[in-house]
Design a protein. Structure first.
Length: 1035
């Protein structure tokens, strides 16, 4: 079972250091979920029924997409509801009360699981500051009285909540001022053997569900009822020094197919902290800061609070990213302002709320389109790797859309009821609005369709990202990786006007007024109600029987000429502007065309019926008085007969029929019957979007390596939630076995100490000692195991001149380690340890003793890890150790009480090499063990020991020894290099106890002259217990 620790960053607050929010999800690895289980446990959407669509046109569908119809679905929100939830990772009761005291409109939730003040720590005020940013609509960093009282007398549905699992079921505008910035700690997603995500598997977005559409985990979520606005982050969560890095979301997004990318981002806005270079709050702090991007008006922006501290880049997440000022005034005058995307995100959430309040008929996806489309785009006309669509423009966004963007509109097809609204029979795309009867709204912006860059561009850039392949790799092993960024991804092409454009589709009996220029060339339709044009338009308009198109001047600008392209009408057209020019005007016998302007020019006018020229009273006076008046000029007038209706070019022969059940679905995988391709198996057309692929060399960049694909049978096992084999593939058992070997080497140090310290007679000695050891307690962080050992020591001590001594010894130990794993896999290892060494004792001024020791050890561990046959040896692990040490102590002899005191301090250094291989004699039928080898691993331990020994002679035949020791070991975790499925992994295992205290009690009995029998018992603070029985002969 793999454990993930997710770090989520809320903001950087700002006294020249960075703070991190800690967001802890303990989730099992993807191997522990079936997709169906995942959905059932987490989600509350009621089951829906999918049926194949009768529409066989298949327009605008991609690979693994299908057109279906959804039945029995329930919509939670209606048009006029506009809820907002501000989710916080940490929310104490005190902060909640403080925030509600200032903003009483906040709806409370009695079921909030508040965090404690201690848990919140320095982030205790974060929720309050996020709410302040939500209220600070002018983004000057301070909430004015007017902003504070904005909701007085109103009852907005705005909540401040602590994040819990129900975030997946929340609807409305959802602000999340937390993020996961760890992209460069997991570059393994980009290897040639990595998975290509062209279908939906809920397990692929473990830990990232908050930030992406619920459709990636739930087939029953069919309506667009969420706008997920999240802080993209600030500084990097890890300590790898690199200029460019991104959100954890990028890890999966970068290996998705174009269709999956479009679906994943369809309900999301990622918000980056980005502010103008001359921002008042930062002006005196931001001299010589690097420019993050320059907008179309040549305004420069920055994104950091300190020159040399880089901030997160969206990189390929750019198509769902927008910038926003993330500054709040510091609590103390003169300090750097509070800073971060935590405060950018709620400002975008507030903008979304205000847009929805002003235009309640917009869907959440359309609110997103308004925010992104009205942003201050980069001056090169492309999405920016630094800030996506550019910095949000609040004033412009509150005037309605400025870009009917075909790519953003296309993402609406994944939600029920939109397909027939945004596509016509020819595949044209539309910004669809349905305005209810007696309602009137105005879009004030000039409206384009698409970004101005070249959507067919094949340009690319290659940046360097310093990182590691796997999240568990050490940061100091980070290396530079080439990361290729196409100028335009396949999934981004529709964002550009030279690839696709969209028009307007007006529905509903109400009125929509357009005061800006309509600069798109895609067709538009008036299905019902009234559309009023008050400026030039490049779009062709089709007016249906229930629709009315009105052309009139903006008040105060009556003399401006309005230039229009083509109008096809089966309904009402009223030209009421002072000056109007129209390329074509075609009407059926059903149409009602009325001219009442002063000067109207039409190049081609066709109609099967009549048209009306209406003279206004003031114009008639002008005619009588000055012989001037309305002028209708038609270059080519054709009166058609009724057969005109049979002309196949007539747009009204196929009336618009909308089936609100239609939905575009991406293939949803809940079993492995549907295989995912590996990146290395993709064709060139798909590889061009993969950042680790070098298009020039037609190969992956060398630093990502090449790894063979995992066999499908193994993959099937790994994705089985009931498979104990899967859990044991990534077990800590092997690493813990190596750790146990090193522990035994350290434990044998005490046996060697017995050799050094037990020589009371100071004669030459031959000695033989046996011992047995076992453990009672286990470390809860690792798999529990029982460690039983027996061993023997044979040695010789020779007395040298001047009280010096040389000890030689050899040790053999047999160990049996049994792991208490769950499931059928009961791993065990049989260890054979061999050790030879020497110790040289030198005496100074009679009472000071210096011991210099060295030993060499070798261990062979036979590992049994086969679920089908517990007696089948599967792996052999070897380890070789070198253990030099030094010890200095005093020998204080108190003859009167026949006692020797020996206080001492020592240092031991252990260098260990471990390696392994599969056992050649094994039947090797177990899938897990076909995958595993142990790569060469180097381990180092530093041991520091302090002790005191007291030897007391009771009489000439019997003596007692007491020894108390204090130990420190540096190697508390073992990081073992394992080759699993031909891929190098570092797996963690139980190492040595960092701090331990030991006690040893020994008794020596003289049997004959020079012959002694010695018994010992020892125990330490971790409840490791040992018994010794030995003999020595002194001569």
């Amino acid at each position: 079972m793999s454990i993930y620790l997710l770090i989520s960053e809320g903001f950087m607050n700002i006294k020249e250091f960075r703070f991190h929010f800690v967001f802890l999800f303990i989730l099992t690895n993807c191997s522990s979920y079936h997709a169906d289980e995942y959905v059932v446990k987490q989600l509350k959407n009621k089951p829906v029924e999918y049926v194949p669509s009768s529409d066989v046109s298949k327009k605008n569908l991609g690979i693994n997409e299908s057109l279906e119809e959804v039945k029995k679905a329930e919509k939670i929100l209606n048009e006029n509801e506009n809820p907002v939830i501000i989710y916080e990772l940490l929310l104490s009761r005190e902060t909640n009360d403080k925030t509600r005291n200032k903003y009483s409109f906040l709806n409370n939730d009695e079921n909030i699981n508040y965090s404690s003040l201690g848990e919140s720590g320095i982030f205790n005020s974060h929720a309050f500051d996020v709410t302040e940013a939500f209220m600070d609509t002018d983004s000057n960093g301070v909430v004015s009285d007017a902003e504070k009282n904005a909701f007085n007398g109103k009852n907005p549905k705005i909540k401040l909540l602590r994040r819990d699992a129900d975030v997946l079921n929340a609807v409305g505008i959802i602000n999340m001022s937390y993020s996961i910035v760890n992209h460069n700690k997991n570059l393994s997603y980009l290897q040639s053997s990595s998975k290509y995500l062209d279908k939906i598997d809920p397990r692929d977005i473990n830990r990232l569900e908050d930030f992406l559409t619920t459709k990636l985990i739930d087939r029953n979520y069919v309506y667009n009822q969420r706008l997920l606005i999240s802080a993209i982050g600030n500084g990097n969560f890890n300590d790898i020094k690199t200029e460019k890095f991104s959100s954890e979301i990028l890890n999966i997004y970068q290996v998705m197919s174009p269709e999956m990318q479009a679906l994943a981002r369809s309900e999301s806005i990622f918000v980056k902290n980005s502010f103008k270079k001359d921002n008042e709050l930062m002006k005196k702090f931001s001299k010589d800061f690097p420019i993050s991007y320059t907008d179309i008006d040549n305004v420069q922006y920055i994104d950091r609070f300190k020159k040399d501290i880089p901030q997160v880049y969206p990189l390929l997440l750019r198509s769902a990213t927008v910038g926003e000022n993330g500054l709040l005034k510091a609590d103390k005058e003169g300090e750097i302002p509070k800073f971060g995307s935590s405060f950018s995100s709620p400002r975008i959430a507030r903008l979304a709320y205000d847009i929805k309040e002003k235009y309640p008929f917009l869907t959440y996806q359309q609110v997103k389109q308004v925010i992104l489309g009205t942003a201050s785009h980069a001056n090169d006309g492309y999405l920016s790797d630094s800030v996506g669509w550019g910095n949000a423009n609040r004033e412009k966004a509150l005037k309605g859309p400025s870009d009917f963007n075909a790519g953003l509109i296309d993402e609406m097809k994944y939600f029920k009821g939109n397909y027939d609204k945004i596509f016509d029979e020819n595949g044209n795309r539309y910004f669809y609005v349905d305005i209810k009867k007696d309602k009137e709204y105005t879009f004030e912006n000039d409206i384009t369709s698409g970004l101005t860059g070249d959507g067919k561009s094949t340009e690319e850039s290659i940046i360097k990202i310093k990182g590691v392949k796997n999240w568990y790799d050490y940061e100091y092993n980070a290396t530079e990786h080439s990361y290729r960024i196409p100028k335009v991804l396949e999934s981004e092409k529709l964002f550009y006007s030279n690839v696709a454009q969209a028009g307007l589709r007006k529905d509903g009996e109400g009125k929509l007024i357009l005061t800006g220029k309509q600069e798109y060339s895609a067709p538009s339709q008036v299905l019902d109600g009234t559309l009023v044009l008050k400026n030039d338009s490049n779009s062709d308009y089709t007016v249906y029987e229930k629709g009315t198109l009105v052309v009139e001047n903006i008040k105060g600008n009556e003399d401006k000429e309005i230039k229009l392209k083509n109008i096809y009408t089966d309904g009402n057209v009223k030209i009421d502007s002072s000056k109007t020019s129209i390329e074509k005007l075609h009407g059926t016998y059903m149409s009602n065309v009325e001219f009442s302007g002063k000067e109207i020019k039409i190049k081609e006018f066709k109609t099967t019926g009549e048209y009306i020229v209406r003279l206004k009273e003031e114009d008639i006076k002008n005619i009588n008085g000055a012989s001037i008046g309305p002028k209708l000029t038609i270059d080519n007038y054709v009166k058609e007969d009724a057969d005109f209706l049979n002309n196949l070019s007539n747009p009204f022969l196929k009336p618009v029929v909308m089936n609100d059940d239609k939905i575009v679905s991406v293939k949803f995988v809940s079993t492995l019957d549907n295989e995912f391709k590996k990146l290395g198996q993709l064709d060139e057309d798909k590889l061009k979007d993969i950042p680790s692929y070098d298009r020039n060399k037609k190969n992956f960049f060398e630093e990502y390596g090449k790894v063979e694909a995992m066999p499908s049978q193994v993959k099937s096992m790994l994705l089985s939630s009931s498979s104990s084999e899967a859990k044991n593939l990534f077990t800590d058992n092997y690493a813990s076995i190596v750790g146990n070997v090193i522990k035994n080497e350290i434990d044998n140090k005490y046996n060697r100490n017995n050799i050094i310290l037990n020589n009371l007679e100071k004669d030459n000695r031959l000695f033989f000692d046996t011992y047995a050891r076992t453990n009672i307690l286990n470390d809860k962080k690792f798999s529990p195991f029982v460690d039983n050992n027996i061993g023997a020591i044979l040695g010789y001590s020779r007395k040298l001149k001047n009280g010096n001594r040389l000890d030689l010894y050899g040790i053999y130990q047999y160990g049996n380690v049994i792991f208490n794993n769950s499931g059928s896999n009961k791993t065990k290892s049989i260890n054979h340890l061999y050790n030879i060494g020497y110790n040289l004792s030198k005496r100074f001024i009679d009472i000071i003793i210096l011991d210099m020791e060295n030993s060499v050890g070798y261990t062979k561990s036979d590992v049994y890890n086969n679920t089908s046959n517990a007696s089948d040896k599967t792996n052999i692990i070897h380890s070789l150790s070198i253990n030099p040490g030094i010890k200095i102590g005093l020998e204080l002899n108190f003859d009167k009480i026949k006692t020797i005191f020996r206080p001492y301090a020592g240092y031991n250094f252990s260098f260990v090499l471990a390696w392994g291989k599969k056992d050649n004699t094994s039947s090797n039928t177990d899938l897990i063990n076909k995958l595993r080898n142990i790569a060469l691993t180097k381990l180092i331990n530093h041991n520091v020991e302090f002790g005191i020994e007291v030897d007391s002679k009771i009489n000439k035949h019997f003596s007692i020894q007491n020894r108390l020791t204090f130990d420190y070991n540096s190697l508390d975790k073992i990081e073992l290099n394992q080759i699993i499925a031909e891929k190098l992994h570092k797996t963690l295992g139980k190492g040595l106890d960092k701090i331990s205290v030991g006690y040893n009690l020994a008794a020596k009995l003289r049997l004959l002259e020079g012959m002694n029998v010695i018994g010992k018992v020892n125990i330490n603070s971790k409840l490791n217990i040992g018994l010794n029985l030995g003999f020595d002969y002194n001569f």
